[in-house]
Write a protein that binds this ligand. Structure first.
Ligand SMILES: Nc1ncnc2c1ncn2[C@@H]1O[C@H](COP(=O)(O)OP(=O)(O)OP(=O)(O)O)[C@@H](O)[C@H]1O
Ligand SMILES: O=P(O)(O)OC[C@H]1O[C@H](OP(=O)(O)OP(=O)(O)O)[C@H](O)[C@@H]1O
Ligand SMILES: [Mg+2]
Length: 305
């Protein structure tokens, strides 16, 4: 089957073909009931139950395809979008529009130098060799640090490598690197330490500025629903009515808590969405103000907009 001929009328959606963002992206698509089968070695997959074609691309290339308007939607790191935007000339607007923070793929693009050495802060690298996969962001970072005008040659020498950036210091190719850090294990193993942060990143859903369609909005709603469901839990508890104002402050919900009267006089049941990362503290606080039978439930999916 000549897949390219089947793209007509479909929303083109770029997703990472490998790397750190791929599995979470595939899980997210499954949560949205986006059904497809990717043939071995093929970078295009037609979605069976929606007019969408998935295009598997390296995360670093996705902002370019979205920016050119070749694909409508994409999932990549905010760091990659920032790198793409940093390549635009002054005054040129980006065509890559972030529409959703997906929450996973958290990491920081950091300036790193050998742990043992005389380099202490980013400005100590001015005039030296810096290796990175993010040359545009690194250049902008050192341009600011050097106080150089646009177009003026930088004193710092910035070189591109595609991966295993940490090796550059050990091999003597670089005095410092600018690379991603999550747990810090790679950095530590390479005998490096972080001395500055260029950008903080998570995975994002981006769209081409010109693209707009019902299917784009439908898919965005579904993605937002799954992300919200992952981020929140449903907290349910019983509380004396008199305590309701104080309890509502602890669990204000996304819009407002749902309150139901109980058979027992002067008691109410409350259910409210709470951010997963706050739930333990919220339960402690609810107990303190007299809530009982506090139950926490996971949310399989949601549509709150
Ligand atoms: N250690 C990490 N933890 C979390 N997110 C990361 C990490 N490393 C990279 N990312 C995110 O994933 C994006 C893609 O990077 P990744 O290295 O996975 O892709 P790749 O270079 O295409 O794949 P690979 O390294 O397998 O060749 C990055 O731009 C960043 O947003
Ligand atoms: O702080 P950590 O949890 O150790 O993660 C950071 C590492 O993860 C990424 O590398 P990746 O595994 O993608 O390999 P690569 O360098 O070959 O791209 C990134 O480039 C760092 O090297
Ligand atoms: Mg990588």
């Amino acid at each position: 089957m000549d897949l390219v001929n089947h793209l007509e009328g479909r929303l083109l959606f770029a997703v990472p073909k490998k790397g750190r963002l791929q599995q979470a992206t595939l899980d997210l698509l499954a949560g949205c009931d986006v059904q497809f089968r990717r043939e071995t070695r093929l970078d295009i997959a037609l979605v069976k139950n929606l007019p969408i074609a998935l295009i598997f691309l390296p995360a670093a290339d996705i902002p370019t395809f979205v920016g050119e308007g070749r694909v409508d939607l994409g999932i990549t790191g905010r760091d990659q979008v920032a790198e793409h935007d940093a390549t635009l000339s002054a005054g040129e607007a980006s065509n890559v529009e972030e529409i959703l923070d997906l929450g996973f793929g958290g990491c920081k693009l950091q300036v790193q130098v050998p742990e043992k050495g005389e380099l202490k802060e980013a400005k100590d690298l001015v005039g030296r060799n810096v290796v990175t996969s993010f040359t545009a962001l690194t250049e902008a970072f050192f341009r600011k640090l050097e106080g150089a005008e646009a177009g003026q040659k930088l004193a710092t020498k910035i070189k591109y490598v595609g991966g295993s950036v940490e090796a550059a210091c050990a091999l003597g190719v670089a005095d410092g690197i600018v690379d991603l850090v999550e747990s810090g294990e790679t950095m530590k193993a390479a005998g490096l330490k972080a001395i500055d942060t260029v950008v903080s990143s998570t995975a994002v859903l981006v769209k081409s500025r010109e693209s707009n369609s019902d299917i784009l909005n439908l898919l965005t709603s579904r993605l937002r629903g799954v992300i919200t469901a992952q981020k929140f839990v449903l907290c349910q508890y019983n509380i004396p009515r008199a305590q309701l104002p104080v309890a509502s402050k602890i669990t204000p919900g996304k819009r407002a808590p749902t309150i139901t009267a109980l058979e027992e006089e002067n008691w109410v049941a409350v259910s409210s969405m709470v951010e997963k990362k706050r739930i333990a503290t919220v339960m402690d606080e609810l107990s303190k103000v007299g809530a009982t039978d506090i139950l926490v439930m996971t949310i399989a999916n949601s549509r709150t907009d």
